[in-house]
Design a protein around this ligand. Structure first.
Ligand code: ATP
Length: 227
């Protein structure tokens, strides 16, 4: 494992249910180096997606600090704090790739244009994008639209999109959860193969113990979801 890439200390988050404040995460500490991998486990509602959303800046923590690639974020976003949120957006765009359970592709764009768009936003050369689709063995589908390919092929395109941005950190939220076992295994193999090849760090939220066992570290979120 290389130098520290992600450092989280004392992270906490609650949601307002309308009648009460419901704690979801408290006092979360994490350290991950470049090339490292961490499985996030826990029952449904334990806060796995919430933690990933905090790490990529989609949610704001109530307490704690997060630093990514040596850049420290104080967590709370000041009300007029465009500076901080702009820094988060830039950092996320350049360094953090996110894979969801359902491939989040733009429906009106071909697979290749989806990959080009994401790579371009991250400052990578869009001309290299066909090669990423080839690496994911869907090169011949480059001109098709997301609704013209299977769920497994869409998920491969989502991986191509994320790895084409050459991220330092990949956050994967149940990336194989919508696929049949065989296709899920293939997509998981691709995810770990590309992670090893590119040397990025990976945080994987999953209910699948076999998948989790392929990660170096594991964090079980102990939160018990309210009834
Ligand atoms: N925006 C929100 N407002 C209120 N409560 C929320 C919000 N988002 C999540 N929660 C609650 O926070 C808890 C954690 O949700 P989260 O989606 O992080 O769980 P999870 O571990 O990813 O679950 P699953 O395995 O089912 O995907 C749940 O009880 C959920 O209902």
């Amino acid at each position: 494992m290389q130098d520290e890439l992600l450092r989280v200390r004392g992270l906490a988050k609650h949601f307002d249910s309308g009648t009460e404040l419901v704690p979801v995460l408290s006092d979360i500490d994490l350290t991950l180096g470049g090339g490292g991998s961490l499985a996030l486990m826990g029952r449904s509602g334990s806060g796995k997606s919430t933690l990933l959303n905090l790490l990529c800046g989609l949610e704001q923590p109530d307490a704690g600090v997060i630093s990514v690639c040596g850049e420290l974020f104080n967590g709370r976003q000041p009300r007029n704090g465009r500076g901080d949120s702009r820094r988060w957006a830039d950092l996320r765009c350049r360094h953090i790739g996110v894979v969801f359970q359902e491939a989040n592709l733009m429906p009106a764009m071909s697979l290749l244009d989806n990959v080009r768009l994401r790579a371009g936003l991250a400052g990578q050369d869009p001309d290299d994008c066909s090669a990423w689709l080839e690496r994911l063995e869907i090169g011949e589908l480059a001109g098709r639209y997301p609704d013209q390919v299977s769920g497994g092929q869409r998920q491969r395109a989502a991986l191509a999109m994320v790895f084409a941005m050459q991220p330092a950190l990949v956050l994967a939220d149940e990336p194989t959860g919508s696929l049949d076992r065989h296709t899920a295994d293939d997509v998981a193999d691709e995810l770990f193969r590309l992670q090893a090849k590119t040397g990025c760090a990976l945080i994987l939220a999953t209910h699948d113990a076999e998948l989790a066992a392929r990660c170096e570290q594991r964090l079980d979120l102990a939160h018990t979801a309210p009834a």
